[in-house]
Design a protein around this ligand. Structure first.
Ligand code: SAM
Length: 210
């Protein structure tokens, strides 16, 4: 676990000071943030979407970013401070075990992050645990068109490149259902494309906590 999270943190520490786009869909644009919402972004990177959610949620709401990379968290905090945003916080954590209380969130978003987890079922159970009853998630991510061979799937560097950890579409949707989330809807979906040594596609999925 440490080797794997270490590679991911190293890769993203390096990317945190570069201007590249790291997203794979429009999760936030489908999220419908309203005033007073408690929002979480899993794998928040430089915090752009967290800042936007804090602004939309207003003083009565709150936005929290979670990320494994210290470099990303540092940039995100700097940006929030520069903009004088106070209803915001960032937690350095892996997605499989997040130090937030049960039933705290109205909305959880995530963009191009869950594919990095070796235990995506566990991440979806965390999403289910954190959402209030009736709370919603909107997640953009990639899935693999075919099973990823073990020689890639277990390589932490390749996982950190955003492709080797991808699971097949049916596994992705099974993990969501298995976590007890419901009314799942695909909001956008790409055609297959090459990434690393495999074929993937990206989609944005929305659903609700019971
Ligand atoms: C491709 S970037 C996306 C960043 C951001 N969501 C965006 O759209 O710009 C993936 C982010 O997820 C974080 N990440 C990857 N695996 C993680 C894990 N297991 N736990 C927490 N954060 C993770 C990385 O550090 C990185 O900042």
């Amino acid at each position: 676990m440490e080797v794997y999270t270490g590679s991911i943190a190293r890769r993203y520490d390096g990317l945190s000071r570069r201007g590249c786009c790291l997203s794979c869909g429009g999760a936030l644009s489908f999220a419908g943030v309203t005033r007073g919402d408690f929002c979480i972004d899993l794998g928040c990177g430089k915090g752009r979407d967290v800042i936007r959610m804090a602004t939309l949620a207003g003083e009565s709401g709150y936005a929290c970013g979670v990320d494994i990379s210290s470099g990303m968290i540092e940039i995100a905090r700097e940006q929030a401070l520069k903009l004088g945003i106070e209803n915001i916080g960032f937690i350095k954590s892996c997605l499989e075990r997040i130090a937030l209380v049960d039933n705290c969130a109205d909305l959880i978003i995530s963009n191009c992050t869950i594919n990095h987890s070796l235990n995506q079922g566990r991440v979806w159970k965390e999403i289910s645990r954190l959402l209030k009853p009736g709370g919603r998630f909107v997640v953009s991510d990639i899935y693999a068109i075919e099973n990823v061979p073990d020689k890639y799937r277990l390589d932490p560097e390749m996982i950190a490149e955003c492709w080797a950890g991808a699971v097949r579409r049916e596994v992705y949707l099974h993990n969501i259902a298995d976590a007890g989330l419901e009314s799942v809807e695909i909001l956008e979906e790409s055609l297959p494309y090459e990434k690393g040594k495999i074929k993937v596609a990206s989609f944005t999925v929305k659903g609700f906590s019971k």
